[in-house]
Ligand binder design. Structure first.
Ligand SMILES: Nc1ncnc2c1ncn2[C@@H]1O[C@H](COP(=O)(O)OP(=O)(O)OP(=O)(O)O)[C@@H](O)[C@H]1O
Ligand SMILES: [Mg+2]
Length: 271
């Protein structure tokens, strides 16, 4: 059921036949996908589907059992140092220092990365993420959405061409999610390639150029939202044509046989 993968000469991320087991538990059973440069790619899956496992393999934090993966043209197994220089990872949990101000956090990261003029780098990022006014305040006074934006801004210090966002809006309220979405869209607009994982279908619908659904260790669908919608003809109900939502497509594709997937509280988000 995997849909066409547009073959690009030099995708920013290329994954082929990726397999990973933890002990006897096979989490990835042959995962394939490409992410085009400058695009936003959403990896969608229920809790435990293996999203973070893929991100960790791509970020060279974890070794695959089989298959290959490349980031920015570098092989994760053979050229891990080049891969690490090409990407930045924002994990599932924020890594900001509460005691410092937003600006101090950014300056600290810029210093650690040996950038020239850390102050200017920090001010530029504060501006891009609408944090200029809050920049001098301690992070402990920030809202969840501001923290998340700062977290993403910190991962952009040094302009990595590829950024991984692992569940960037989990735990945020609807307004904060919209703020983070705006920041992510802005990112891709400036040419950065974004791989994001999410369990929120509306997030993928809002942000992604392409969406891949990870289920039982494989990518079972991969396409644009329009392509995924075409998999399912619109249902006709009393003369009113209804387009399927991504949630309906998701549940139909995975066959509703997954207890996590059936939990629409998680999957529907704010719908
Ligand atoms: N270090 C580990 N040792 C054993 N099992 C693990 C380990 N890391 C992950 N797993 C298992 O592998 C599966 C996939 O985990 P992973 O964290 O990749 O899922 P996920 O899609 O990111 O889930 P979530 O949406 O909850 O973040 C889960 O069943 C998890 O329990
Ligand atoms: Mg995860």
């Amino acid at each position: 059921m995997t849909m066409t993968t547009r073959s690009t000469a030099h995708p920013a991320i290329r994954v082929r036949g990726l397999e990973k087991s933890y002990g006897k538990r096979e989490v990835l059973r042959g995962v394939d996908f490409d992410v085009a440069r400058g695009s936003i790619f959403a990896l969608l899956g229920s809790n435990g589907a293996g999203k973070t496992t893929i991100v960790r393999i791509l970020a060279t934090l974890l070794k695959a059992n089989a298959g290959t993966a490349g980031v920015h043209g570098f092989d994760v197994a053979a050229q891990p140092a080049n891969v690490r220089e090409s990407l930045s990872l924002t994990g599932q949990f924020a890594a900001v220092d509460e005691i410092l101000s937003g600006r101090e956090n950014l300056v600290l990261v810029a210093r650690l990365r040996h950038l020239k003029d850390p102050g200017a780098v920090a001010d530029d990022l504060l501006g891009r993420f609408s944090l200029t006014e809050a920049g001098s305040r301690k992070v402990s006074t920030y809202s969840g959405g501001m923290r998340r934006r700062l977290d993403i801004a910190m991962s952009l210090v040094g302009d990595p061409p590829v950024i991984f966002l692992d569940e960037p809006t989990t735990g945020l309220d609807p307004e904060a999610r919209i703020e983070v979405w705006r920041a992510v869209k802005e990112l891709a607009g400036s040419g950065t390639t974004v791989l994001l994982t999410t369990q929120y279908l509306d997030e993928a619908e809002q942000l992604a150029d392409r969406i891949a659904i990870l289920h039982q260790g494989r990518i079972i669908a991969n396409g644009t939202l329009a392509e995924l919608k075409r998999l399912f003809p619109p249902a006709t109900v009393e003369y009113v044509e209804k387009q399927p939502t991504l949630e309906e497509i998701f549940l139909a594709i995975i066959g509703g046989d997954n207890s996590d997937a059936a939990d629409t509280e998680h999957l529907g988000g704010q719908g």
